[in-house]
Design a protein around this ligand. Sequence first.
Ligand code: ZN
Ligand code: ZN
Length: 189
Amino acid sequence: MKTTISLFWQDLCAPSVDSVAWALETVFPVCVVLESARQPSRQAFDTACGRYDALYLLNELPEQLSLWLVAEDISYPGYGCLFGAALRNSAVVSSARIGFGKNLQKEACHELGHLLGLGHCPNPCIMNKSRNPQKLSSKPMALCPECAAQTSNNESPNQQDMVRASNDVVRHEGLEPPTDRFEVCDSIH
Ligand SMILES: [Zn+2]
Ligand SMILES: [Zn+2]
């Protein structure tokens, strides 16, 4: 049984939804469910920096494994502009700095990798960390053999239950400040 990922998108990202879903299902053993358009709330806008707060957006997503494509510029204090971020079961990817093409597909795959338990990888690999759009363009839209082995090991029928269980533990503790569980990816300082 494949892991299911719920995909949401801001209206401006609608033309990229199919290509991103295709990329996610090509790189990972997952089934993508196209959920619905979802617009960032006004409360998520950080007037201090003029961008949307990535952590706020992550916490607006439902509890199942979810990935949200937004067109707004996103950031987190101390990290500058982000291409994407992931926390527990939720990931957000922004097209603002990387456009709607292949780099958006790659960044979505990178964040999904985090949702599935992968960390950053030094190999030529989608899980390699990118600090600028050029680096994102140059990395392959594929997992290296080591990361691929990890995701296939995770492909057990119980995986979603395990993810939910760990999510429950964290949620009982309330919203945490960013820790190592908050994966900031591909940021420009
Ligand atoms: Zn790798
Ligand atoms: Zn990352």
